[in-house]
Every structure is written in C-alpha cells, then in structure tokens.
Design a protein around this ligand. Structure first.
Ligand code: PEP
Length: 250
C-alpha cells in the first residue's frame, strides 16, 4: 500500500506572518489526519521559520527547487545542504513553470534529483505535457521521455522519489484532467517505471496528480488506483481548501 502524499506548492506567494498563519491553520486542520503525508512548500525565505512552525506536527516541509552543485559561484541558486540545514525534507523539481520560464530541461531535472537524493532529500519530480503536445498526439512520448530522462541513473535511491504528473494545461487554469484522463497517464508512468526499475520498486513509488485539484474534484481523483496524492497550487494557499483535499485522500 502506498501512503498518499498531498503537497502544497505555494509558488512565489506568502511572506512572514501570513506564511506562519497558514501553517498554523493547516496544522490545526490536519492534526488528526493520520493516513496521509502532508507537505507544505513555501518560498525559500520562509523555510527556516516554517520548519520551526512545523516541528513536532504532522506537516512536513518542502522547497520549490534545488541546485545540483554542492556550493560555488551560482548566484541566486540554493544547494541541497542549505535546504537540509533549513529543515527541509522534500523538494519539488522540474515544475512546468521552471521548465517554461527558467530553462529547466530533462537533463537539469535529473541533476537536481541526484543532488537532492544524495543529500537525503526526497525529490518530487514533475512531468507533464502541454496542451499543444496533447492535441498533437504526443502526450505519451513527452511523459515517457520526461520520466525516463528525469530519473535516469538514480540507482536504488529511485524508490524514495515522488513523481507529480501535472498536465501543463491544467495548472492554474481551473481546467482539471478528468479522473480517467489522469489515471491513464499515471498508469503509463507506472508502466514506464516497471520497465526501467522492475515491478517491485515501481509499485512502491508514489505518483501525485497536479493541476487545479480542489475540494470538489479531489476525492474522485484520489480514488484512482495509480493516483497516490496531489501537488496543489492555488488551493494550498487557504488552509480550509488544502485540508479538504487532504481529508479527501484519507
Ligand atoms: C502546481 O502549480 O503545481 C499546481 C498544481 O497548481 P494549481 O493547483 O493551481 O493548478
């Protein structure tokens, strides 16, 4: 059985008190939720304070990016060791906004995933096709390529990763993949994992769905056999909607 994992991607939102208030509210809402892993991913500047706020609760901390180098002349970047020292456990890698606006490629995703794992962090590796790629009939090619290339050469550590299937056309658009559409791609990712690392490992890897998941559609999505959680953007910025999605996964 795979434990469901619901992670909130705050993107470039929330500062200071607002960030801490949101964490406190999430903690209150999910204090009794036992069967789901809960992760919040604030911006870098809030990580240390967020780690203190999460300590001793069932809310875990994630970051939104990590660089592959251990240290050095990489202005504006952040290393896995820096995230670790801030109290981070998870890190989102290869989000479509980073692929689209910041030149992220399958190769850099792979390097970031390796660095995160080497430092003991759990990467949440994002894959997903654009609307144009889906309409052109290239969804399968894109998702299989991103999965294989992003996870290439991770060795035994691959069993620790989380994958997030996020169709780009569903992110922040209010347009969600139907449960059947999402399940089809999750099963494709699982088959791809089976072919590369074998069934035992593949069946233990969690695959989240992301893209306009909200309280109204969460239960049906999360009840699909290969959907093991959610990566939540907009709905993670309010404790009530984030908690409702988490409870839908119990
Ligand atoms: C995301 O950015 O990872 C995401 C899924 O956003 P939203 O839930 O707002 O579509």
């Amino acid at each position: 059985m795979r434990t469901k994992i619901i992670a909130g991607n705050w993107k470039m939102n929330m500062t200071g008190t607002a960030a801490l208030d949101l964490i406190e509210a999430v903690k209150r809402e999910v204090a009794d939720v036992g069967k789901v892993e809960v992760v919040v991913c604030p911006p870098f500047t809030e990580l240390k304070a967020a780690a203190a706020a999460c300590a001793g609760s069932n809310v875990m901390l994630g970051a939104q990016n990590v660089h592959w180098a251990e240290a050095g002349a990489f202005t504006g970047e952040i290393s896995a060791a820096m995230l670790q020292s801030a109290g981070v456990k998870y890190v989102i890698i290869g989000h479509s906004e980073r692929r689209q606006y910041f030149g992220e490629t399958d190769e850099t995703v792979n390097k970031r995933a390796k660095a995160a794992l080497a430092a003991g962090l759990i990467p949440i590796v994002c894959v997903g096709e654009t609307l144009e790629e889906r309409d052109d009939g290239r969804m399968e090619d894109v998702v299989v390529r991103q999965t294989k290339a992003g996870l290439d050469g991770l060795g035994a550590d691959i069993s620790r990763i989380v994958i997030a299937y996020e169709p780009v056309w569903a992110i922040g658009t209010g347009r969600t993949a139907t449960p059947a559409q999402a399940q089809e791609v999750h099963a494709l990712i699982r088959r791809t994992l089976c072919e590369t690392v074998g069934g035992d490992v593949a069946n233990g890897i969690r695959i989240q769905y992301g893209g306009s998941m909200k309280p109204e559609n969460a239960k049906e999505l999360l009840s699909q056999p290969d959907i093991d959680g959610g990566l939540i953007g907009g709905a993670a910025l309010k404790a009530e909607s984030f908690a409702a999605i988490i409870k839908a996964g119990v």
